[in-house]
Design a protein around this ligand. Structure first.
Ligand SMILES: [Cu+2]
Length: 646
């Protein structure tokens, strides 16, 4: 800053203060508020303030482009894919109005993309070729108790025949042997054949284990008198001979209680260049709220979700092969709550932080640990504080990824609990016996925190709400930057828009961070008016873009660098570069972003040349497209160059 600019600034501050004092002196409460607000506006726009705290700006799309964005992913074109599907809106769902937008945050253009299915509450992850894999979504909205007219629930269809599977069509009737009540299936179901069991020593035949198919059934007629009290066996209509003898249903109580959302099996790859969804093989299981995580071999693991009858998928996980575009079950089963936070570790195993987003029994798959998908061994990690407040917590792999330290932020009690945690917890997976320790605390208990890794190794943590879905006007209009080296949080400028459930954040290639969504249950503090989905996007410009110096430039260089390989780029500021990072672009929903990671690169400089080397470990540097940032000694990052690691 020049002396003259400094004097100019000092004079402006003096005038601003005088205005506030004059207004305050008039004693009018409205005027006072007007004055403080005006002063606040003035203050947050001062260069010194922005250089220390950054700045927030609301982006409002033209009305016809607004949508209830639930999912967002940064594409390798630098554009952001915004997916609503039906956007948690029953009217949209009933009308089959499914929405997707592509937004260019630099050119400020937005376009509509035809959406082939209800991708509301789907799962997603970045693929090696730059496509985004998207799997699962919504088959049916939840029905609350009182709205459920026909008694219904899960029917387990058993097949005792070891020689063949059996398929029952939609509309199959089941009549209880004890209760005499008849229920009808909503979909076809394939029941696998029974398994023969033999004594491993003698080879003696011990009997059959029936094959089991799961299907949703409901009463033929409305009303409470068709509810059942307890478990019963059910005769299947329309079968004859052996089939009638070998096939039967078992159901627990079939009642008028709340019916959860139901998932779909459909999967797509989104092509960022054609800007289109491409249909691929459907998953084996229907999933609503699944997590997709890249594995060591570049295949994609799909875990958890509610299935096509609204039940937590019973531990059946599956893997997508991007080569064949087909899914296979894993050999062994393990059950997690919905949207579990699962990250690929440098040793090829999976780290589960315990973060998740909202469905599943409170005693299934809640404890954090390290999971070997092949052997299905799971080693628990101790030390987590507020372990019963992990739902809607956020987990972020702290930069640089090489250190393998994760932070778990906030979280709330299971279901609609009003309780929430103000803790951050940190675990160092490179330690001999990893254990969580508390990091610096937030001011308030925080569900749904948004967290984005920044190119200078800091982490931006923003928003969330104290109560479930922002109840009682509990949105938190605060943001902090976490300093990974000092293990400290510092408060920065406040966001302008409250964001809770169905929100997220994404680091953009120019070093800014975009925020989307929020789905308050109520619009008022008294919790009497229904909430409205937050359709505005907000962009945070971190302090590093308000420094005295320009962003370092970065140009030239190869677009593809192999693991273990090097590339030479040009920068006029090469001599001042202190950090070089490859950042995997975010794909985020429901406080779950298992893609984002920032990898430190070794580099050398020579004049205006900067030569960097990509680490060899394929679990650290997963194949795919990355943002390459260089950051100078002041912590100011360049704009990113896109680099593909094949
Ligand atoms: Cu949701």
């Amino acid at each position: 800053m020049t002396d003259r600019a400094g004097r100019r600034r000092a004079r402006r501050i003096a005038i601003g203060t005088a205005v506030v004092l004059a207004l305050a002196g008039m004693n009018g409460p409205w005027l006072y508020r007007f004055g403080t607000e005006k002063y606040h506006q003035y203050k947050i726009n001062q260069p010194e303030y922005k250089a220390a705290n950054g700045k927030w700006e609301i982006v409002e799309f033209p009305e016809e482009y607004r949508q209830n964005t639930i999912h967002a992913a940064l594409l390798r074109t630098g554009k952001v894919l915004l997916v609503a599907g039906s956007g948690n809106n029953q009217d949209n769902f009933d009308a089959k109005r499914y929405d997707t937008r592509i937004w260019d945050p630099v050119k400020k253009t937005i376009k509509k993309v035809p959406t082939p299915n209800d991708l509301f509450c789907t799962g997603h992850t970045q693929l090696a070729n730059g496509n985004l894999l998207i799997a699962g979504g919504t088959k049916r909205y939840e029905k609350l108790k009182g709205d459920v007219k026909k008694a219904g629930g899960l029917m387990l269809v058993q097949n005792e025949n070891p020689d063949k599977p059996i398929t029952l069509p939609a509309g199959t009737k089941f009549t209880g042997k004890e209760n005499g009540k008849t229920f009808v299936s909503k979909d076809p179901v394939l029941v696998p054949r029974a398994e023969k069991n033999f004594d491993p020593e003698t080879g003696e035949f011990l009997g059959n284990t029936p094959g089991v198919g799961r299907i949703y059934v409901e009463a033929q007629k409305e009303g409470a008198k068709y509810e059942t009290g307890t478990q019963d066996n059910y005769r299947v209509h329309g079968l004859t001979g052996d089939d009638a003898r070998n096939t039967y249903g078992i159901a627990e109580k079939l009642a008028l209680d709340k019916k959860d959302f139901q998932g779909i099996r459909d999967a797509y790859e989104f092509d960022p260049v054609a800007e289109k969804y491409i249909k691929v093989d459907p998953m084996k299981e229907a999933r609503w709220y699944p997590t997709l995580t890249t594995l060591s071999d570049g295949k994609i693991l799909s875990v958890s979700g509610l299935d096509d009858i609204g039940q937590l998928v019973p531990g059946k996980n599956e893997i997508y092969d991007p080569e064949t575009k087909e899914w296979e079950y894993t050999d062994k089963e393990r059950q997690f709550p919905t949207y579990p936070a699962l990250f690929l570790m440098q040793n090829g195993k999976i780290f589960y932080s315990g973060s998740n987003a909202g469905y599943g029994p409170d005693d299934v798959g809640r404890e954090p640990g390290v999971w070997d998908v092949e052997t299905n061994k799971f080693k628990k990690i101790p030390g987590l504080s507020d372990p019963d407040l992990m739902e809607t917590s956020g987990t972020v792999l702290l930069p640089p990824a090489q250190d393998e330290k994760y932070m778990v932020i906030g979280g709330g009690g299971v279901g609609e609990s009003p309780r929430s945690s103000e803790k951050t917890r940190i675990v160092d997976l490179k330690a001999d016996d990893p254990a969580f320790v508390d990091g610096p605390s937030l001011d308030k208990g925080t569900r749904y925190p948004q967290a984005s890794v920044l190119p200078n190794d800091e982490v931006l943590i923003s928003g969330g709400s104290e109560d479930y879905r922002g109840r009682s006007d509990s949105n938190i209009l605060e943001a902090r930057i976490y300093d990974t080296e000092k293990n400290e949080l510092r408060r920065v400028a406040d966001p302008l828009v409250g964001r809770n459930y169905h929100s997220g954040s994404i680091l953009l290639p120019d070093g800014r961070v975009m925020f989307f969504g929020s789905d308050s249950l109520f619009a008022d503090k008294a919790n009497t008016k229904p909430g409205e989905f937050e359709q505005r996007v907000e962009i945070y410009t971190p302090p590093y873009l308000y420094g005295d110096e320009e962003q370092p430039d970065l140009a030239g260089g190869p677009q593809t660098i192999k693991r273990g390989g090097s590339g030479t780029f040009t920068s006029q500021d090469a001599a001042s570069v202190k950090k070089v990072r490859l950042i995997r672009p975010s794909a985020t929903t429901h406080v779950t972003d298992v893609d984002q990671r920032s990898i430190a690169l070794d580099f050398t400089t020579d004049g205006d040349q900067i030569t960097l080397t990509v680490p060899k470990n394929k679990n650290l540097v997963q194949s795919g497209w990355y943002m390459l940032f260089v950051t100078d000694g002041d912590g100011t990052p360049s704009k990113a160059q896109w680099v593909q690691v094949p």
